[in-house]
Write a protein that binds this ligand. Structure first.
Ligand SMILES: [Zn+2]
Length: 88
């Protein structure tokens, strides 16, 4: 039996606080985490803090407007993604 993951929506939020008494802060995922999340596609939404200190969810594609995959044709990226899918 092969299990095929069904992922419709992924939302990620990273929270941190400076000490046990300080309020939580929402941090954008670091570059390594962004790259790992990218395997699920540019539509994965991540929590960020706006300049007004508000929580906002944005798609990874918006966080990474110059992602390296832009240098490749869409069909090549699709072929790569299908190979990755077979490894899961
Ligand atoms: Zn990270």
């Amino acid at each position: 039996m092969k299990l095929v993951p069904f992922v419709k929506h992924i939302n990620l939020i990273l929270m941190s606080h400076d000490n046990e008494n300080s309020p939580f802060k929402v941090l954008s995922p670091c570059g390594i985490c962004q790259e790992r999340l990218r395997y699920w596609g540019p539509k994965v939404r991540v929590g960020v803090t706006t300049k007004e200190k508000l929580l906002k969810f944005v798609p990874l594609g918006e966080l990474q407007p110059f992602h390296w995959t832009n240098a490749y044709p869409a069909e090549e990226i699709e072929r790569f993604n299908s190979k990755v899918e077979k490894l899961r």
